[in-house]
Design a protein around this ligand. Structure first.
Ligand code: PLP
Length: 377
């Protein structure tokens, strides 16, 4: 059975072009980019080219891109650096941050959590009130992985600069889903991850603005301009670079983005029609065009997911990082859902190759699953 994959916010398949670009760097071009002989220059050139491609995707200068092992490492590096460079310990995060930000903030500093409203919008008034000269960092996500809700980050970078705090943007869910110009966000630091945009897992980047003070987390050799030690993951970095080029072509194609959003809208309205009484979490906020998170009243999300998977449809109930624990989504709880509602909500996240036929088949599968559950009473 061929599967319909609607969990692109969890991860994406490596694009064929990306795999093809990566393959030579596992074996015949295996050399250490720092080695002193000519073949190593090929590896160093490939890393340089990838850095430029990733920079272009986010409107950055290549010198501002530091490769890491993924979004989680970038986030931890950013927060660690903010605490070290400011000499302060307070970190402001929103109540809907990914566990990567939430847990590294808790482990590194003293966290103040800023609430969100029922549509997932961060309480900006409280955030600005809390932002004082004791704050080391404000860490907010660009787009929520569970609901797709976009954070209103206007003015936060400037407010951080006024009090000497660092503004870190968890941009992991942005690139490849919307056009992004990091310099325009006002952030000091921003985290990126390759596997969310058809690149390989275990590779990411930290964008460091020109005016951002920075200290590394990983110490050792002088790689990455002494910002992140360790022999470069050359195949991963090459794959990230190629994935960034493909992602850029997609996000610069307004018609392609609109096509994905229209498919999402059709899925969403088809789901609501079949449910009669469901609702979309964060549906009233500006959102990523590929994501919908729908409440299925009275139905258990895990059962729904299993029945959908039996029919060849893969979706999720919130963050993949939370899926092993059967706890209800902290994101939906923060948005005011009760645990029952949070445990009966599904996320569908489309990819740039999702087809209209796949949405039709998904809606048919949903109808079957709902009928099965209704028959069981
Ligand atoms: N931040 C967000 C918003 C994410 O969705 C994820 C991945 O699920 C991460 C951070 C962590 O990224 P990585 O899996 O590359 O460590």
């Amino acid at each position: 059975m061929s599967m319909i994959y609607l969990d692109h916010n969890a991860t994406t398949p490596v694009a064929p072009e990306v795999l093809e670009a990566m393959l030579p760097y596992f074996a015949e071009r295996f050399h250490n980019p720092s080695a002193p002989y000519p073949p190593a220059e090929q590896s160093a050139d490939a890393v340089r080219a990838a850095r430029s491609s990733v920079a272009r995707l986010v409107g950055a200068d290549p010198r501002q891109i530091t490769f890491t092992s993924g979004g989680s490492e970038s986030i931890t590096t950013a927060l660690h650096s903010a605490l070290r460079t400011t000499g302060r310990r307070r970190i402001l995060i929103s109540a809907v941050e990914h566990s990567a930000a939430r847990r590294s903030a808790v482990s590194l500093g003293e966290v103040t959590t800023i609430g969100v409203d029922a549509e997932g919008a961060v309480d900006r008034a409280t955030l600005f009130e809390e932002l004082d000269g004791e704050v080391a960092a404000v860490s907010l996500m660009l787009a929520n992985n569970e609901t797709g809700v976009l954070t209103d980050i206007r003015g936060i970078g400037a407010a951080c600069r006024e009090v000497g705090a660092i503004f870190h943007l968890d941009a992991v869910q942005g690139p490849g889903k919307l056009p992004l110009d990091l310099a325009a966000t006002g952030a000091h630091l921003a985290s990126l991850s390759a596997h969310k945009l058809h690149g390989p897992k275990g590779c990411g980047a930290l964008w460091i603005a020109e005016d951002a003070p920075f200290v590394p987390l990983v110490h050792g050799g002088p790689q990455e301009s002494e910002r992140r030690a360790g022999t470069e993951n050359v195949p991963g970095v090459v794959g990230f670079g190629r994935a960034a080029e493909l992602a850029r072509a997609y996000v610069e194609d307004e018609a392609a983005l609109a096509r994905t959003a229209a498919l999402r809208d059709r899925l969403e309205s088809g789901l609501l029609e079949r449910l009669g009484e469901g609702r979309v979490h964060g549906g009233g906020s500006p959102r990523l065009g590929n994501t919908t998170n729908v409440h299925f009243p009275g139905r258990d999300a895990r059962t729904l997911l299993l029945l959908l998977a039996e029919r060849g449809v893969l979706a999720s109930a919130g963050s993949a990082c939370n899926a092993q624990r059967s706890a209800p989504s902290p994101v939906l709880l923060a948005m005011g859902s009760d645990p029952e509602e949070a445990a009966s909500s599904l996320r569908f996240s489309l990819g740039r190759h999702t087809t209209s036929e796949e949405i039709d088949t998904t809606l048919e599968a949903i109808s079957e699953v709902l009928a099965t559950l209704d028959a069981l009473g």
